[in-house]
Each structure stands twice: as C-alpha cells, then as structure tokens.
Design a protein around this ligand. Structure first.
Ligand SMILES: Nc1ncnc2c1ncn2[C@@H]1O[C@H](COP(=O)(O)OP(=O)(O)OP(=O)(O)O)[C@@H](O)[C@H]1O
Ligand SMILES: [Mg+2]
Length: 346
C-alpha cells in the first residue's frame, strides 16, 4: 500500500538517451518529453547557459550559430555517453521537466547500447543516479525495440530488429528472451548527413552545415530509385569564392552520396545473420526483420534492405519511439520483465 502511494507521488520513468534525441515516458501518461540531446555552455567556465535551462530544444537552435564564447555540446556520441558531467546535467534537467515538479526520486529504466563494458554500464548508473534517480535499471536498446515492436522475444523463435538511430545502428537476433547474435554498427543518421556534406564539397565545391545536410536527407534522401525523383534548392558556401551560393540537389545525387554508409549497414546485418544457427536463419526467412529508429524513415529503406538481405522487412509504425515504448512496457509490467533489466547488484 505504502509502495503504491509512493509510486503515485513519484512516478517511475522510462528514459531513452539517444545520440540525437532524449525521450522520457511515464506509466499512464506515455511519452512526456522528447528533446534534442544537446546542452549549451559558456566555453571557458563550462557553465550551462540560461541559468541551467539552455538544454534540449533551446540549445539545439544554437548548434552551428554560436560565437566562440558559447558551445553547443552533445554529451552522447555514436550511441554512448562521452561527457558524463554534461550528460548528468542534461538528464537531471529533463527528469525535472518531465516529472513536472513531482517530489522524490524515481525508479528509472534506461535504454543502453547492447554490449556495454562493465565500466561503461557503471558510468550510466552513476550519471542517472546523480541526476536524481533512486534506482536505475539498464535495458539493452534492441530488447526495448523488440518489446516496443511487439515481437515474441520470449518464444523459441528468431526475432530480429535493426535500430537505425542517429549515432549508431544496432542489430540483434533474439530467441528465448536473449540475444543470440548482435552488433553495434558505427553508422547511422549522423553518418548519412556527413556523407551528404562530403559529397557536396566534392561534387559542387559547396560547404553546407549538418542541419542543411539533414534537411536534404529528410526531404529528398532515398535508399532506392523513386517513381518520381525529387529535388531541393539549398544554400551553402562556395569553397573557392567564399560567397553564399544556391544549388539544386536531386534525389539521384543524394542516393549516390548515401550508397557507401548504406552498404555498411547491409554488411553489418549480413554478418549478424551469418553468426546465427541455421535453424534460426530459417526462422528469419519467415519472421523477418523489424526496422526501428529515426533513420528507418529514409525513403525506401524497407525495400532496400529486403532486396539486399533477402528476408521480409517491415518498419515499426512509429520507429523513433519504438525503444521508449518498449522501456515503458517494461516499467508497466515490471515483474514480468525484471529479469531483462540489468541492475547494479544492490
Ligand atoms: N524522414 C527521415 N528520413 C531520414 N532520416 C531521418 C528522418 N527522420 C529522422 N531521421 C534521422 O533519424 C535520426 C534520429 O533517430 P533516433 O531518434 O532514433 O536517434 P537517437 O535515438 O537519438 O540516436 P541513437 O539511437 O543512435 O543514439 C537522425 O539522424 C535523423 O536525421
Ligand atoms: Mg536511439
């Protein structure tokens, strides 16, 4: 009874700490916060701007627009925390905002890349505890994605998920509740943006920001030829003359720019499947693979991977939120899923 009253006062929290987005969900309320994983600092003192409030959406607007005295920092890179102090400050700010002034320290289920070393896991426990959590549970992001996508991972049947995020892609084959084969690939949305930046520099002698590259990717990017090819007019800086210039980019060019990183994803998925027992591979030919993460929304991604890998591929209906939904399900049915959560052994 006391336990339930305490939960009512301090809700439990599901947290997806992504390279580009942080998402928080609360039982009974769903996803309550979704903000860029960015924090704006005074360069010298490393003080957070706006008396500690220049975090998330506000800080994101500053990326690429800051004078030397200010820096906009992403404390998570390639799916892993790289600046623990800032990560703690960011999570602390987001938890307070999501809990809307509720007092007390919540239990927090955090999604983490699979295969974290004990030292890296320890660092996540410490960061999130210092940010205000009473108890922290880690959930591998691919497991969260499978649960969120409704895959029957506890059954003796292969379930496969590929989470294509911003900083890393994670592939995993699960059976009987555990990962049978999996890997983290260092190629995802940010790398696609970088490939577009490199392509424009080489082919058009044009320098563009990462936000322009992301806009190109979203608006005209594709993994397969389109019925009606698209085009977009963008502005950049001419590398030779140093003046601003407009240029029209067509989707065929963007596809060419994205070919190498997309090929790396294919190689990663193939090598994961190769590590599975033939019986599980036979299952996969029926059950197929589910795509989650923001990059799963690239035009034609399902068709591309279906053709390249040769198994059925489907995209989750809300791929950016599959993992946080999975983490929320674990919280809402805590006793059912607690075996899947990693604790710090207390
Ligand atoms: N329509 C779209 N087409 C292509 N890419 C997209 C689209 N929408 C979002 N993205 C990309 O999805 C990525 C963000 O995905 P997501 O929110 O899953 O990442 P994350 O969880 O923050 O990162 P990670 O899981 O790698 O730590 C960004 O790179 C973004 O550019
Ligand atoms: Mg993610």
């Amino acid at each position: 009874m006391f336990h339930r009253f305490r939960r009512w006062l301090t809700p439990d929290v599901a947290l997806d700490l992504g390279t580009t987005w942080t998402r928080i969900a609360i039982p009974g309320r769903g996803v309550v916060l979704e903000e860029p994983s960015v924090i704006a600092l005074e360069t010298g003192s490393r003080r957070i701007l706006g008396r500690g409030t220049c975090v998330g959406t506000l800080a994101r607007q500053m990326v690429g627009r800051t004078p030397d005295s200010i820096s906009a920092v992403q404390p998570i890179r390639n799916g892993a925390i790289t600046d623990f102090e800032l990560c703690e400050a960011m999570v602390s700010y987001f938890l307070r905002k999501a809990m809307k002034g509720a007092k007390g320290h919540p239990r927090v289920v955090v999604t983490v890349p699979s295969g974290l070393s004990p030292v890296e896991s320890r660092a996540v426990f410490t960061s999130v505890e210092r940010a205000g959590a009473e108890r922290v549970f880690l959930l591998p992001v691919t497991k969260a994605a499978c649960i969120g996508a409704g895959l029957p991972i506890s059954e003796p049947l292969a379930s496969m998920v590929c989470d294509l995020g911003g900083g890393a892609s994670q592939v995993s084959v699960m059976s009987l509740g555990d990962e049978v084969a999996g890997q983290t690939l260092p190629v995802a949305g940010d790398h696609l943006d970088q490939a577009i930046i490199d392509f424009l520099r080489r082919q058009h002698a044009l320098r563009v920001s990462s936000s322009t590259a992301e806009q190109i990717k979203r608006e005209v990017g594709s993994a397969v030829p389109l019925d009606r090819e698209l085009s977009i007019e963008i502005r950049g800086l001419d590398i030779i003359s140093g003046v601003a210039r407009k240029v029209v980019i067509v989707s065929e060019e963007v596809r060419l720019a994205l070919a190498d990183p997309l090929h790396e994803v294919v190689q990663g998925i193939r090598s994961t499947i190769e590590r599975c027992h033939p019986q599980l591979v036979a299952d996969l030919a029926d059950t197929g693979m589910v795509l989650t993460g923001g990059t799963a929304q690239l035009r034609g991604m399902e068709q591309f991977l279906r053709e390249q890998i040769g198994i059925p591929v489907r995209r989750d209906h809300d791929p950016e939120r599959t993992s946080i939904r999975g983490a929320l399900i674990c919280l809402e049915h805590f006793d059912l899923w607690k075996e899947s959560l990693v604790t710090d052994g207390r």
